[in-house]
Design a protein around this ligand. Structure first.
Ligand code: 0YR
Ligand code: MG
Length: 372
């Protein structure tokens, strides 16, 4: 069959509350930016990336899809995903200006759309098409209770609610404040509220430097921190390797890495313990699989970052044997025909054919932005 059209879209979906912050970003909406790919026999695949809903930036992505990539896809057999990935990724004028960044993200959205079509044509959810599920349970951990912008009393109440009422066995709390003592105080209060044993991870979103992180980890000893995510600047391999040696808290990272090669470097140099690829920043499922295999080869756990708010990753994580658990952020789930769902702290395995990316028509109408 053949691809007959590529239809870009931009959706801006509100976050929980009016806005959230981590150490680096403040946002009111999550951007769902990508394309629907149509075949000549009437199938439609949807793929998207996740953004902080900056319309100008989102339009750069849809421009890249519409003007650089769509002409390369029209008339092609949509089943040839590896060949098409290579064709787009190695298209000389695009490769020249961006083996990372906007063009790489745009490629990811299209790759996901092609996998969505493949799974729909097979009549199977993606995890089944890829080779079946390797785990009975996929633990969800909740990030949405732990933003830096949440006041202390709400943070403590929300953490307690997540574990006591909603069944989560893991939560993640943001750190990276200008005042390190504030973060330590909040973490101690959360640990006290949820009790010992439950998974409590932290995420610095690349804000602090190495000495600050070393000092912080020393002070946080005794709180049983499960991992320290993005403690340092995203590309700093030597710094993360040094922290991994200096601290007893495992290092997690990967949400800002664009390529399989970058993951290889971090893994090879002992700079990461929990590997966190994201299909929406990597160039899609095709490249995610490479990363998961590299991590698996090093016997490291994979915990995908929810740039897709886990709609696609729930399939990949149920399938790939290196998957340890998965991030839960509920902002966009209600846009989809089959939203991610957590029961007793575990993600429910999807059952609908496809990659979990089909957006309901009324949500398109509700959240669409003009492409400009
Ligand atoms: C908000 N998850 C993250 C959000 C989140 C970011 O800036 O995009 O905190 O992606 O780090 O682990
Ligand atoms: Mg993170």
């Amino acid at each position: 069959m053949a691809i007959i059209s590529v239809e870009p879209f931009i959706l801006h979906v509100p976050v929980t509350g009016s806005s959230i912050s981590d150490s680096t970003h403040t946002l009111s909406h999550w951007g769902v930016v990508g394309a629907r790919v149509h075949t000549d026999d009437g199938l439609v695949g949807t793929g998207f990336t996740g953004t902080h809903a900056d319309l100008m930036g989102d339009r750069l992505i849809t421009q890249c899809i519409a003007t650089s990539y769509a002409p390369l896809l029209i008339g092609e057999d949509e089943a040839d995903i590896t060949r098409l990935w290579q064709k787009l990724a190695r298209h000389p004028p695009v490769q020249w200006i961006g083996r990372a960044g906007i063009s790489h993200i745009a490629l990811g959205a299209l790759d996901i759309a092609l996998w969505d079509i493949k799974a729909k044509r097979a009549g199977q959810p993606l995890w089944k098409l890829l080779g079946g599920s390797t785990s009975d349970r996929l633990m969800a951990y909740n990030t949405d209770i732990g933003w830096l912008s949440i006041p202390d009393d709400e943070l403590i109440a929300g953490s307690r609610r997540a574990v006591e009422e909603e069944g989560f066995r893991g939560i993640k709390v943001k750190v990276g404040s200008a005042d390190m003592a504030r973060d330590l105080k909040r973490l101690a209060a959360v640990r006290k509220a949820i009790g010992p044993g439950l998974m409590l991870a932290i995420d610095g979103n690349g804000r602090w430097d190495l000495p600050t992180c070393i000092r912080f980890c020393r002070e946080a000893d005794g709180l049983d921190i499960f991992w320290f995510e993005e403690p340092l600047w995203y590309d700093d391999i030597a710094g993360h390797a040094a922290l991994a040696r200096a601290s007893r808290i495992p290092v997690a990272l990967g949400e800002q890495l664009y390529t399989a090669e970058a993951f290889s470097e971090f893994i090879g140099r002992g700079a990461v313990h929990y590997v966190q690829p994201d299909v929406t920043r990597l160039a899609g499922i095709t490249e995610y699989i490479r990363v998961a295999e590299i991590a698996h080869g090093a016997r490291l756990p994979v915990v995908a970052h929810a740039g897709d708010m886990s709609q696609v990753h729930v399939h990949l994580a149920h399938w790939h044997p290196a998957s340890a658990m998965l991030e839960y952020i509920p902002w966009i789930k209600d846009c989809f025909e089959e939203p991610i769902r957590v029961v007793d702290g575990n993600f429910v395995r999807p059952s609908q054919p496809g990659a979990g990316t089909s957006v309901m028509p009324e949500k398109f109408a509700q959240f669409s932005k003009t492409l400009g």
